[in-house]
Design a protein around this ligand. Sequence first.
Ligand code: LLP
Length: 454
Amino acid sequence: MSTSIPGEPWSTGVARDDEGALVVAGVPAARLAAEVGTPAYVLDEADLRARAAGYRRAFAAAFAEVGAGVDVYYAGKAFLSVAVARWVHDEGLRVDTASGGELAVALRAGVPGADLGLHGNNKSDDELALALEHGVGRIIVDSLVEIERLAALVRARGGAPAPVMVRVTTGVHAGGHEYISTAHEDQKFGLSVAAHGDGDSPAMTALLAVLSHPELHLLGIHSHIGSQILDPSGFEVAARVVLALRAALAERTGVLVDEVDLGGGYGIAYLPGDVALDPDRIAKDVAASVAAAAAELGTPLPRFSIEPGRAIVGPAGLTLYTVGTVKPVRVDDETERLYVSVDGGMSDNIRPALYGARYHAEVVGRLSSAPSVLARVVGKHCESGDVVVHEVQLPGDVRAGDLLAVAATGAYGRSMASNYNLLTRPPVVAVRGGEVRTLLRRETVDDLLALDQG
Ligand code: LLP
């Protein structure tokens, strides 16, 4: 049987024992299945911590080399629980949140407000007030309306000016292997750096609006260009655009803002043979390019920050399923595909259905010598697009009761999970040194019924 274990796209703690059964950080898959059931999200704690520390070290070293400081914020939207917020904070990261819910979890974890950021294109007054109450270190504003609302809230509450970054769009869009650069933007996030006619750009207008309010402190400029980026040049182009905007604002107002955030989006391996973005390399490239840009502009370097989410938690996670129905389906005269149904599906991983995202799966309870066959792993939902793994070679004798693991599901799996068909959402368990610990318990039908007011 061919197996990619150990190696990418699996977490570093994944191995097979002598019988061919998967072991994660010293815990056999069969034990996990017996203790917590399936489907289950399994997080390799040591792997996650090492990735968090690796990003922090790589960026700190590369930016120190050019004389700039850098902070790494973990993007909690990828997956956030109290334990994960603590782990990344222990490893020296701060936490980026995108809603009142994410903020509440990070606060429950004991992350100090000063180490938190709050994002969102449509934050509610309650979310802004929660951020002010806990002294959140940066509120990333996304519209002129929000700037006015935040200033009014601070005025009403009294107290220190709120630390604000303005989210701008640079026209750079990245994801997958390429980036594109366009002058104008047709999407909901940020304020464009492109001026229309003779007036100021929306980005400049917003920066000036923040400066005009004594209730707000303009900390800096924020740019996020996309997700699952494998070509580093998009970051470099966007960083140059942001530094030019910073210099233009300084020339106009005399205010040289202290910070620039370059967002998240660092790509990972999903399939055997994929090459993830290397944090050391990207940190060096981006640091060199911002240093060159600042020198050309004649401005000192700001403090930088980045917001990786997927690159920290994605590869650290896998999903464990149990195989149910197995059905050969004749596709055409040459091709037969084995449809392998598992006990979860699009409710625990919407990414294949939503983005056509590709994943890798292996049978992990045993070693099989059966020749492999073309298979598609599907869920148990009432929807033909309910695909977990579009195309994968599985042993031809795969059968009901087999354990099947899907690699690299740590990011945007549980965080985008739903109760479609009223399935209950799987637990998230952490494994480390042979120990299993439940971070989020499995939902029960009673949880679902408790929401229903009859
Ligand atoms: N910072 C900002 C402002 C963001 O909007 C995002 C992602 C990140 C950081 C983290 O990006 P990452 O390093 O995780 O790629 N649900 C999609 C991805 C949407 C990401 C939205 N923003 C997915 O499953 O691929």
